[in-house]
Design a protein around this ligand. Structure first.
Ligand SMILES: Cc1cc2nc3c(=O)[nH]c(=O)nc-3n(C[C@H](O)[C@H](O)[C@H](O)COP(=O)(O)OP(=O)(O)OC[C@H]3O[C@@H](n4cnc5c(N)ncnc54)[C@H](O)[C@@H]3O)c2cc1C
Length: 417
């Protein structure tokens, strides 16, 4: 006899975790499946930090755009002294992992780690069950509703839902990046050191640096004395092709050593530094995005469109790392301006009981470049879990859920305003 849940969420990044928590709090039986050993997705698997800004400014004062569960996670990090108060907040990911475990379990969600989505079983327009591969072999689980929060829309693709990859003209995605960390830096000397980027560009011109990224992007880590490098750039590879992903990991590791040797040999303050870690996996900014009920575009964002069925908001810049090489383009939103994300962008075509949450919702390349940040995908996930909570009560299919009720509930949860 198959174990049946109200909801199965695949993928435990910010989107999937918040989806599972909100559905669990709504009283649903939820199974959350994750291929790694912890929750947090890119924040922990790819060591992505900091949280980009979750607010804009109105009349000179902060106006919070992404609250709800995201604010709760930040508050729990604060209680553990594991986050700071910068606008782009730095956090300690080890504390994040334990907080997310606790929040999920408190919401009575069943967690299944080390399990990879392998296949789906559909009857007509509905998914009946999914199959995962893990140490127990192949396991099948059934549910009334499903949320694909894999970041890569793996489940939607297996269901045969239409999707696109990367930008419209050539399907190229934003570059992948393997983040790494360095310790033993003399911070005082480093802050006073001559401009790293002038030398970096000179050496790039001379062919001594192969990395196509235009500069060296360094963040202070939450833990004193550690510098975080978000600076490798892997282009023109498909993050949903396993051989391309392997090539990306190999190429990125060479770039890590190139960058590490560059700073150690040339930059004051780094003489005694050590490379302490690379991320467990290369970070994927962009891959599959579903072609759902509504395709949210860069133009929608720039015109700050307010949708009737909006379930989240954002104003992070349209931040496009060049998929072909050097350069990063930005469209910044002025203070006080923000766009909204419609519920229909979470609804894939051709399946009655599946929602998609996170960076792989129905967006074009330009819109994805903004909605992909952690505060926003957390709100999208919360909306997806809340919507399934309401669909389950109404007994409705996913594209006929009463969105007004979802919005009311999200307002109660302080997730939209
Ligand atoms: C290099 C880089 C730098 C970035 N910088 C920032 C930044 O500074 N600030 C910021 O806010 N955002 C940043 N972002 C964006 C942000 O981190 C991600 O877009 C966001 O975390 C995506 O969340 P998600 O939940 O949609 O997907 P993910 O975090 O990717 O989560 C998906 C989860 O699903 C799991 N999974 C995937 N496939 C399967 C499967 N088949 N079966 C089971 N489990 C599966 C994965 O293991 C993962 O845990 C950056 C991203 C990258 C790559």
């Amino acid at each position: 006899m198959l174990k049946k849940y109200n909801l199965i969420v695949v993928g435990g990044g910010f989107a999937g975790t918040s989806a599972a928590i909100s559905a669990g709090r709504a009283g649903l039986s939820v199974l959350l499946i994750e291929r790694s050993n912890c929750l947090g997705g890119a924040a922990v698997n790819a060591l992505v930090t900091p949280f980009m800004r979750d607010f804009t400014k109105k009349d000179g004062k902060p106006f919070i755009l992404n609250a709800g569960l995201f604010a709760e996670i930040k508050s729990r990090l604060r209680d553990m002294d594991a986050i700071d108060d910068r606008p782009c907040a730095r956090f300690n990911e080890e504390f994040l992992k334990i907080i997310l475990n606790r929040m999920v379990l408190e919401a009575n969600v069943t967690l299944l780690y080390h399990s990879y989505l392998l296949d789906v079983r559909k009857t007509g327009g509905a998914v009946k069950s999914i199959i995962v591969a893990n140490k127990s072999g192949q396991q099948e689980f059934s549910a009334e509703y499903f949320i694909d929060a894999t970041g890569d829309a793996d489940m939607a693709a297996l269901c045969g839902c239409p999707f696109h990859l990367g930008r419209e003209k050539d399907s190229l995605c934003q570059p992948m990046t393997l983040c790494f960390r360095v310790t033993g830096v003399d911070m005082e000397k480093f802050r006073k050191a001559r401009n790293i980027n002038t030398l970096y560009r000179e050496m790039q011109k001379q062919g001594k640096i192969k990395n196509p990224r235009e500069d060296v992007l360094i963040f202070d880590h939450y833990v004193d004395g550690i510098l975080h490098f978000n600076s490798t750039r892997i282009i023109k590879l498909n993050p949903t092709d396993a051989f391309d992903l392997t090539k990306a990991e190999i190429e990125a590791r060479e770039q890590v050593f190139e960058l590490f040797n560059f700073i150690k040999e040339n930059i004051d303050g780094f003489q005694n530094c050590s490379l302490i870690m690379t991320a467990p996996a290369i970070g994927v900014r962009e891959s599959r995005m579903i072609d759902g009920e509504y395709l949210l575009t860069g133009e929608d964002l720039i015109s700050c469109k307010r949708f009737e069925d909006s379930i989240a908001a954002g104003n992070y810049d349209i931040d496009i790392h060049n998929p072909e090489g050097s350069g990063t383009s930005h469209h910044y939103f002025p203070d006080g301006q923000y766009y909204t994300i419609p519920y229909r962008s979470l609804v894939p075509k051709n399946v009655d009981n599946l929602l998609v949450a996170g960076r792989c919702i129905s967006v074009n390349h330009e819109a994805q470049a903004s909605i992909r940040i952690m505060p926003i995908v957390c709100c999208i996930g919360e909306a997806a879990g809340t919507a399934v909570g309401i669909a389950a009560k109404e007994g409705s299919v996913i594209n006929q859920v009463n969105v007004k009720r979802v919005q009311e509930q999200l307002k109660n949860q302080n997730s939209i305003f």
